[in-house]
Design a protein around this ligand. Structure first.
Ligand code: PRP
Ligand code: URA
Length: 209
């Protein structure tokens, strides 16, 4: 069974409270989604391997540690996942970025794929799939299934807000994928929106409503 890490850090919870507020405008919303992604990235990458190297400081030789092992790729689920990319790249500027375009059919709530472009060497990278919302879990599960078809063995999922239904779906479909999330809300409404959630993440990031 995959693990679920819920971020109860005060800075993340404070920023999330502003993101959730319906009166928060698009500029502040976008900035805060990026900031929270950055803060979460710090913890999601906690177990990256490091290796000892020898350098010279101005004062003398030193054995220091640098990142080793497999490289990272982040895969935002379009559109809303794009809002988390810059925050992560600020911490991991050399990460490669794959894109997968999915939208939820409003009637069936099933994900529909319309775009995909992955780094050539994604099979050899640790992958972090990012999307602010994990509602039914259909979009994230489909994205992860697709990424696995490239041969990826190490995949993590990072979301801002999830519903219990979405968590259960990922754990059932992908027990090997750990979930990192800032909040787990009460439920989904009849339209598949997370309650209380934050509304439509893509519309709020891009100002399309
Ligand atoms: C939203 C969100 C997720 C998906 C979550 O995207 O960003 O990708 O819904 O719902 P699910 O867990 O039930 O699949 P949406 O389909 O609204 O597309 P958008 O990002 O382009 O607005
Ligand atoms: N997608 C969103 O953007 N918000 C929700 O609450 C559910 C799916």
């Amino acid at each position: 069974m995959s693990t679920v890490t819920v971020f109860d850090h005060p800075l993340i919870q404070h920023k999330l409270s502003i993101i959730r507020n319906k009166d928060t405008g698009v500029k502040e919303f976008r900035e805060l989604v990026s900031e929270v992604a950055s803060l979460m990235c710090y913890e999601v990458t906690r177990n990256l391997e490091t290796e000892a190297i020898e350098i010279e400081t101005p004062v003398g030789p030193a054995t220091v540690r640098q990142l080793a092992g497999k490289k990272l790729a982040i895969v935002p689920i379009l559109r809303a996942g794009l809002g988390m990319v810059d925050g992560i790249l600020q911490l991991i500027p050399s990460a490669k970025v794959g894109h997968i375009g999915l939208f939820r059919d409003p009637e069936t709530l099933e994900p529909v794929k319309y775009y995909c472009k992955m780094p050539n060497d994604i099979a050899n990278r640790d992958v972090i799939v990012i999307d602010p919302m994990l509602a039914t879990g259909g979009s994230a599960s489909a994205a992860i299934t697709f990424i696995k078809e490239y041969g990826c063995k190490s995949i993590k999922l990072m979301n801002l807000i999830g519903a219990p239904e979405g968590i259960a779906r990922i754990q059932a479909d992908h027990p090997d994928v750990d979930i990192y999330i800032a909040a787990i809300d009460a439920r989904l409404n009849d339209h598949g929106y997370i309650v209380p959630g934050l509304g439509d993440a893509g519309d709020r990031i891009f100002g399309t409503k």
